[in-house]
Design a protein around this ligand. Structure first.
Ligand code: PLP
Ligand code: TYF
Length: 400
């Protein structure tokens, strides 16, 4: 009976890493997956994570099951990191926070909540968005459509299109927004534009659904990167916010994140939390403890918290340096007069190069540069030393 099952296509992002591993050329460069690398292009475990793990070992903590909602100290810390500890939403207990299986699992749990309690409601995704968003809502049985976001002409935000599409969506839709460092474009709304987005969502009775996968990693500041979410919360709006510690604490494989539902009352928050637990129980019963303890220890210890912030600034800074060097190399090589400054304006781990599928294929087939077919490159996988080589590959692919 399993004979009838067809081969699934490779994942468009993780499939790139598989192809990279199979390439034996020593010039090869993996700019596919968004994972931080050192200047030597090695994976990086944060020093502060190692210190927290050492503390945990010394305490001899046990491996008992966590409650369905996860580690209490983690849930408290993660909501406070998101909104600020003195936020009225927290003071008034208007937030339901449940530990999730990183960003992806948290999004999936929220999608299940939407499917169960808002049947037929649509989620609007930016065009383009992180590829897995569509899979998550498809599998959860939540209908989705897209709002305009990226404007290829300006390699910037199509703000008019975005607002028009959010206005045109049926009242009470869920609007998925990237809290900061939009993946894949690296293009974020300005603070003034965020205000207008909040206005329209409010007018239309929509619910903002934030995906926060890069808090602290985009600007280097946890507070600055949460300003979009905090702006909505300050208006008293109901919200869903998925969080991930994959990038900002480098805890990719620990699968640690959270789902937060900001409600209008403490009573509603406690009811929502009970339903999130009910949805989680038959899916995975309870979440893993290790990453939750790391986060709780780092955030709960002022010295470790300070060290974390310094390491985040270091990582964000390395990516900014690579961005600058790539821009300089492209401008020095390109005699066509093309303006590459959009690369400097983009935020976070990625750059959306504007290379089309054929050009991306040339990058890989001729230059051994692995990237997604939408023209996205992960600058976190690039070193200063490889910028010249990458610029040569882009010149060849772009102009031929
Ligand atoms: N959301 C966005 C926009 C992402 O870019 C990512 C990871 O790349 C995630 C969510 C989820 O990552 P994870 O499941 O590792 O937390
Ligand atoms: O690079 C990206 O956009 C992500 C990376 O379980 C990723 O897709 C990889 C594995 C995973 C979640 C995210």
């Amino acid at each position: 009976r399993f004979e009838g099952i067809a081969m699934a296509p490779p994942d468009p992002i993780l499939g790139v890493s598989e192809a990279f591993r199979a390439d034996t050329d020593e010039k090869k460069l993996n700019l596919g997956v968004g994972a931080y690398r050192t200047e030597e292009l090695h994976p990086y475990v944060l020093k502060v994570v190692k210190k927290a793990e050492q503390l945990m070992l010394e305490r001899g903590e046990n491996k008992e099951y966590l409650p369905i909602e996860g580690l209490a100290a983690f849930n408290k810390a993660t909501a406070e990191l998101l909104l600020g500890a003195d936020n009225p939403v927290i003071k008034e207990s208007r937030i339901a926070t449940v530990q999730g299986l990183s960003g992806t699992g948290s999004l999936r749990l929220a999608a299940a909540l939407v499917e169960r309690y808002f049947p037929g409601s649509k989620v609007l995704l930016s065009s383009p968005t992180w590829g897995n968003h569509k899979n998550i809502f498809n599998d959860a049985g939540v209908p989705w459509s897209e709002y305009r976001y990226y404007d290829p002409k300006t390699v910037g935000l199509d703000f008019e299109g975005m607002i028009a599409d959010i206005k045109a969506a049926p009242d009470g839709s869920f609007i998925l927004l990237h809290g900061c460092a939009h993946n894949p474009t690296g293009i974020d709304p300005t603070p003034e534009q965020w205000e207008k987005i909040a206005d329209v969502i409010h007018e239309k009775n929509h619910i903002a659904f934030f995906d926060v996968a890069y808090q602290g990693f985009a600007s280097g500041s946890l507070d600055e990167d949460a300003s979009s979410v905090r702006l909505f919360a300050a208006r008293g709006m109901e919200l869903i916010v998925a969080q991930s510690y994959s990038k900002n604490l480098g805890l990719y494989a620990e699968r640690i994140g959270a789902i937060n539902v900001v409600c209008s009352s403490a009573e509603a928050a406690s009811r929502v939390k009970s339903q999130l637990k009910r949805l989680a129980r038959p899916m995975y019963s309870n979440p893993p403890v290790h990453g939750a303890r790391v986060v709780a220890n780092v955030v709960g210890d002022p010295a470790l918290f300070g060290e974390w912030k310094a390491e985040m600034e270091m990582m964000a800074g390395r990516i900014k340096n690579v961005r600058q060097k790539l821009y300089d190399s492209l401008m020095a090589k390109d005699k066509s007069g093309k303006d590459w400054s959009f690369i400097l304006k983009q935020i976070g781990m990625f750059s959306f190069t504007g290379l089309n599928k054929a050009q991306s294929d040339n990058m890989t087939n001729k230059w051994h540069v692995y990237m997604t077919k939408d023209g996205r490159i992960s600058l976190a996988g690039l070193s200063l030393a490889k910028c010249e080589y990458l610029a040569d590959a882009i010149m060849d692919s772009y102009h031929n």
